[in-house]
Design a protein around this ligand. Structure first.
Ligand code: ADP
Ligand code: MG
Length: 731
């Protein structure tokens, strides 16, 4: 028997040309091949004798002998091959385009099986471009049955994959099944062996479905085992417990310029309770855009700093880090003193006890381009080196920053709490780095504005505790949302003009333009060729910017923002927009992340159909931050009814979680999991909408680990778990 870990280069049929192509699909071993599952099946089960083919548009299969075959050349190296196939009842015609080699591969008297759609021309009914194969046994591979269709890549067709996979199914031994027997029996799942075989070549759609379910279950089950195990591991780690001081927290919360919403209070409480524990918190704070996550995190940071431990707050961009620094210093320093004041005055103020509740608290800002700190409302710029020293000495109570805070020369004296804003923007290594630069493992609070559907929360984030903020602060106005067709844009422009004249500002978002060929080369400005989809965003934004600034609104000040700009440039543009210097900001999705521009009242999104609903909802959250009535205009550039219906969901729905569920149903989980961070296999991914299956997997994983915590009676499972791609946190 062939071992499953046999490299594919050992297989006949895998040559030097196809090897790299298969690897591109992630297939390296026999196991990889067998676990490359079809995403659908062609149903060629209906056998119809030649004589009984009556109508065009039917899918039929038949077997017979080639009695005539001829290729005619057409213009431009095109050709048509016509064959006559005779079975016991009569003769049927088959036509293939541009496959002149068929004349050689299917010579006269060849016994063939063909499957395809019937068509009608002036000579009568025929099979148009049917699938075909020489009949060597009674078990066809590509015709006359449910035929698997695989995810393909250039040069690796489904036919080729079937050719490779079919003989392997009887050549490998997959009798040892990682799933416990009692689980298989309980849910009536097929064994691994039969599931793998029939997922590729099922006898019926039901059989295929059962097999897929079983394989998906196995993956979800492993995922659950993994997250339960890593939760348990986390319990072994030593954190820095941070005492909860309810009175102090209460007076801090009372000092805020607004009242916390109920959800904010609950989330804050959950976090503060976690911080008291001897093992590190690993909690995700999930709340819609504008739901007020920052202040929740800040309260936890405040409590941490009160206990003379440090808190670090990492944001994905400089703009955001600076904004947080501004917000946090002003919220913490209740009686913030303007930096222009005489320091002696400040000192007197300080001694008379009028400053913030925590007078000695120093808040730092560290980004790639600057280091600053604030104390009692006074700000001071320093060199990075000095900042690093202050951090190492423990002088900085709360540090806010970008990736700069995880550089290796940044060492904390005692880091108690690490906060990750917009956690999905960070990679596994960055999170790990954030947790590693201290003697103890700090508590971790991750935040995201992407509402996470329940099924995803249970799987991908299974090893986290989750706090939800669903409630919005009371003062929020409803944002008017409208889907408009491309040809109504003129009207939209009139509306924009009115708003700008009334003193408001406008966001215009452009998605990347679709490239006919994703490998297409777009000329970069500096003359170098770059194969980079980012450039297609830049191109789209540049075109829109030119159109708006030259043709539509030459009278207004318009700026452009995209991901290829230097951070400094972006910063400048953003600051200009924030200060009201620009009327319109045309941007790619880089603007998505947390920027606060209260004066902006319109969010116009071009080609909105290219975005997921949850993401559109996030863009929408950029406006409506102040008292002005705000609008979100979604331009449907696709002229597609399905898309229109999808976008219309946003007109009536303000609930990010509901929209996220909708996205998951319509577009799959890719929207939420991002750069393959979750380490989740494809089939499990595809099952992420199946709450029932996920619940089963979770239940069984819990039961099994309770019965056998070390999995010592399940060596196969244990082994698979060890190999299972390592993910996130504490690793
Ligand atoms: P996000 O959850 O998107 O990060 P922020 O924390 O940036 O939201 O909060 C958005 C705005 O709402 C900020 O200006 C913040 O000061 C304000 N805010 C937060 N909580 C409340 C509240 N309970 N009532 C009123 N305004 C609030
Ligand atoms: Mg935020």
């Amino acid at each position: 028997m062939l071992p499953l870990d046999t490299p594919i280069e050992k297989l006949s049929g895998v040559g030097s040309k196809n090897l790299p192509r298969l690897k591109k699909l992630g297939i390296e071993t026999v196991r990889g091949l067998l676990w490359h599952f079809p995403h659908r099946y062609e149903d060629y089960r209906r056998q119809v004798p030649a004589e009984e083919i009556r109508e065009p548009g039917e899918i039929v299969s038949l077997q017979g002998e080639i009695i005539k075959i001829k290729t005619t050349s057409l213009w431009h190296r095109r050709s048509v091959t016509e064959a006559f196939v005779q079975d016991h009842s009569g003769v049927v015609r088959a036509i293939w385009f541009n496959q002149p080699y068929l004349e050689n591969s299917l010579p006269l008297e060849t016994r063939v099986s063909i499957s395809g759609k019937t068509s009608l021309d002036k000579h009568g009914l025929y099979l148009s471009n049917p699938a075909y194969e020489k009949l060597t046994s009674n078990f066809p591979t590509h015709t006359g049955r449910l035929v698997p269709v695989y995810p393909e890549t250039e040069g690796v067709t489904s036919k080729y994959l079937r050719f490779l996979i079919k003989p392997l199914l009887s050549a490998v031994d997959i009798s040892s099944d990682p799933l416990p027997k009692h689980v298989l029996e309980k849910y009536d799942f097929p064994s691994l062996n039969s599931a793998v075989k029939s997922i590729h070549f099922p006898d019926s759609p039901e059989e295929a479905k059962q097999s897929r379910q079983r394989m998906a279950f196995e993956e979800l089950f492993l995922f659950q085992l993994k997250s339960i195990a890593s939760r348990r591991q986390a319990l072994q780690l030593k954190s820095v417990p941070i005492k909860f001081e309810p009175q102090k927290v209460k007076s801090f919360v009372d000092s805020l310029p607004f009242e916390l919403t109920g959800d904010q209070k609950i989330a804050t409480f959950e976090i503060l309770k976690d911080l008291e524990k001897k093992y590190p918190m690993n909690r995700l704070l999930n709340g819609d855009v504008g739901s007020g996550k920052t202040v929740v995190a800040l309260t936890a940071a405040y409590q941490t700093a009160r206990q003379k431990k440090q808190a670090v707050f990492m944001a994905p961009t400089e703009i955001l880090a600076r904004q947080h620094f501004g917000t946090i210093t002003s919220l913490l320093g209740k009686s913030a003193i303007p930096p222009t004041l005489d320091p002696r005055l400040v000192a007197r103020e300080f001694s008379s006890g009028h400053t913030a509740d925590l007078p000695g608290l120093v808040i730092g800002l560290l980004t790639g381009s600057e280091a600053r700190f604030s104390r009692n409302g006074l700000e001071k710029k320093v060199s990075k080196k000095i900042m690093q020293e202050k951090i190492a000495k423990g002088e900085i109570g709360i540090l806010i920053g970008t990736h700069a805070v995880i550089q290796k020369d940044v060492r904390f004296k005692e880091l108690g709490l690490a906060i990750l804003d917009e956690q999905h923007r960070f990679g596994v290594e960055q999170r790990a780095a954030l947790l590693k630069n201290s003697a103890h493992v700090p508590h971790l609070l991750s935040m995201t504005a992407t509402p996470i559907p329940r099924t995803l929360a249970l799987t991908i984030y299974g090893d986290l505790d989750i706090s939800l903020i669903k409630e919005k602060p009371k003062n929020r106005k409803k944002i008017t949302t409208k889907v408009i067709a491309k040809n109504q844009e003129q009207k939209a422009y009139q509306f924009l003009e009115k708003e700008i004249k009334a003193g408001r500002q406008i966001f215009v978002i452009c998605p990347r333009i679709e490239l006919a060929n994703p490998q297409e080369t777009i000329k970069a400005k500096n003359g170098k060729d770059k194969m980079n989809v980012l450039w297609s965003e830049v191109k789209a934004v540049t075109e829109e910017y030119e159109k708006l600034s030259k043709k539509i609104f030459p009278q207004f000040k318009i700026a452009m923002l995209h991901g290829k700009m230097k951070p400094k440039e972006k910063e400048k543009i953003m600051a200009g927009f924030k200060n009201g210097f620009y009327d319109i900001l045309v941007s790619t999705s880089v603007v998505e992340v947390g920027v606060d521009i209260p004066n902006a009242s319109v969010m116009l999104i071009e080609n909105a159909e290219r975005f997921g609903l949850a993401q559109l909802h996030q863009f929408r959250g950029r406006v409506g931050r102040a008292e002005h009535q705000s609008s979100c205009l979604l331009v449907n550039g696709g002229d597609n009814r399905f898309e229109n219906k999808r976008l219309k969901c946003l007109e009536n729905c303000e609930d990010g979680f509901q929209l996220a569920e909708e996205d998951l149903k319509l577009r799959g989980p890719g929207e939420f999991t991002g750069n393959k961070q979750s380490g989740m296999p494809d089939l499990a991914m595809a099952s992420l909408t199946d709450l029932e299956l996920i619940k089963k997997a979770r239940l069984e994983a819990k039961l099994l680990l309770k019965e056998d915590p070390g999995l010592s009676s399940y060596p196969l499972l244990k082994n698979q778990l060890a190999q299972f791609q390592k993910i996130r946190h504490f690793e």
